[in-house]
Design a protein. Structure first.
Length: 501
């Protein structure tokens, strides 16, 4: 008797719950409809947010939320189906089994509905973490020497070397070589989660902030603090919070050694594959800087061997290989002499060769060689010689509009900057470098002006005074640092009488 009395409340609650089940099932059905409707709203909002900014990605929890909704709908529909199968008998065991699930499902569904409202209010997407700069324009050098060094450099990066220093002669092609490494690494997003390129400032030691600013700009990070120590912590945290994986920072033209922790470069990491690891690759003029930076790998860039220098010159000049053997030998002799006068420096050889493209007469080549010898013999100092040799290419341009556009581009393209091709053309038009009128005063159409701008860029690219690279369908232009230095040395008299500067 006592046992019966004790179980009366339980029996009463069970009967009450079973009687309430129709109302709760009805409530659950309505909740399912609301969640289904809100899910469609979220999908529509996602599409709208992505359309406004294609770089945006769904927040991590949004994907999780959709998974939770799918599971909830499956469980709710199964529960409602069980309830329907037991409707003919109030005391059917199936219906009794459904009873405890209903309250849980109602609570879960209301939570999902509230969460959907919150997510939609906060926004469903976020800007994807910037983890890659652009591919860089390079001169694809020929010869086994550079290819061997390229293999060595990539191997060191792949093995997670902490610091790699590239040093060597002035004009030996250190920057171009590092660009080759950068583009190789850039093209492997599975292996390298982040790839960045920055140019070191001229006086980084006297002002660490300048170096921090250069690196921050490369990773699209903006400081809100002027304290160098706090900025170093913020910069290191920015790197580490991007994503787990291997990051590579390329730093060009380091003038003096510096301490990584003072700047905020989190070199190294842990050996676990999924954890953060950062490799620094930099160029410097001396091996001493590499030693003071404790480089785990040092790569020396020597001037090109004579045979490779000659091959590079002939390749870039577009030399006709179908001539007679005696003529061919004479041309190769001149090419060897020109390469020597260019001090076997890849950039100078390339620029010089492109200025001779289309010249197949041996007298023209000899004349060019004699002009070059005359200039080099009168100049003292490696840098001055390089700049005067590069000026050969500029002097070969006879169109004053092209000359003016080149000098204007040098001001618009500081080191490390890439500008959309179309933006540079518009800048030339706005500054009057490209005239809107014909000689007789007729107004040119925008299409004709645009074609003229593209033709000028093509001509400057052909003689290697501008570098052009395409990324995601957009064409960008940039300028080599030596070409820019050469442009800065050109006087108004050398520029030409018809330029508007």
């Amino acid at each position: 008797m006592d046992m019966i009395v004790e179980n009366i409340p339980n029996v009463y609650n069970s009967i009450k719950a079973v009687k309430e089940m129709p109302d709760k099932c009805f409530e659950l059905t309505g909740l399912l409809q609301q969640i289904d409707s809100r899910e469609r709203d979220m999908v529509a909002q996602l599409k709208k947010e992505k359309a406004c900014n294609p770089c945006k990605k769904p927040k991590a929890y949004v994907e999780t939320y959709f998974e939770l909704v799918r599971n909830f709908k499956d469980n709710a529909n199964k529960t409602l189906k069980c309830y329907g199968e037991g409707r003919r008998n109030m005391w059917n065991l199936i219906r009794i089994a459904v009873w405890p699930q209903l309250d849980n499902l109602l609570e879960e569904g209301k939570g999902l509905l509230n969460k959907a409202n919150q997510l939609m209010m906060e926004g469903l997407t976020h800007s994807e973490v910037y983890s890659r700069g652009m591919r860089l324009p390079v001169v694809e050098l020929i010869g086994n020497t550079t290819k061997g060094l390229q293999v060595e450099g990539l191997s060191s990066i792949r093995k997670k070397a902490k610091i790699i220093g590239i040093h060597g002669n002035l004009g030996a092609g250190k920057t171009n070589f590092m660009k080759l490494l950068h583009n190789d690494v850039h093209g492997d997003p599975e292996q390298y989660k982040g790839v960045f390129w920055a140019g070191a400032p001229q006086e980084q030691l006297t002002n660490i902030r300048n170096l921090q600013d250069c690196i921050a700009e490369a990773i699209q990070f903006k400081f809100e603090d002027e304290n160098v120590t706090r900025r170093s912590g913020l910069l290191a945290a920015k790197f580490k919070n991007m994503a787990p994986g291997h990051f590579v920072l390329f730093l060009d033209n380091v003038k003096e050694p510096f301490r990584m922790h003072e700047v905020g470069i989190p070199i190294g990491g842990t050996e676990t594959e999924d954890d953060f690891w950062c490799t620094l690759v930099f160029t410097a003029s001396s091996e001493d800087i590499c030693n003071k930076m404790n480089c785990s790998t040092k790569i020396k860039m020597d001037l090109l061997p004579e045979s490779e220098a000659r091959e590079l010159f002939l390749q870039e000049a577009g030399w006709n290989t179908h001539c007679t053997r005696s003529y061919s030998l004479r041309m190769e002799k001149i090419a060897t002499d020109v390469a020597k006068q260019c001090a076997r420096m890849p950039l100078v050889i390339t620029v010089m060769a492109r200025s001779m493209t289309g010249k197949e007469d041996i007298c023209e080549w000899n004349n060019r060689l004699n002009e070059l010898k005359g200039i080099v013999e009168d100049i003292h100092g490696d840098e001055a010689k390089i700049l005067e040799q590069l000026k050969f290419s500029f002097n070969g341009i006879k169109d004053h509009t092209v000359r003016s556009c080149f000098l204007d581009a040098a001001k618009e393209l500081p080191e490390g900057r890439q500008l959309p091709k179309q933006s540079l053309i518009q800048h030339w038009v706005q500054n009057g470098r490209i005239s809107r009128k014909r000689t007789r005063g007729a107004i040119l159409t925008s299409s004709v002006i645009n074609d003229r701008g593209h033709t000028i860029i093509k001509e400057l690219q052909r003689v290697y005074l501008l570098e052009v690279v395409e990324l995601d369908g957009t064409v960008y232009v940039s300028m080599n640092k030596w070409i820019r230095k050469m442009a800065e040395k050109i006087t108004p008299e050398e520029e030409g009488p018809y330029c508007e500067l």
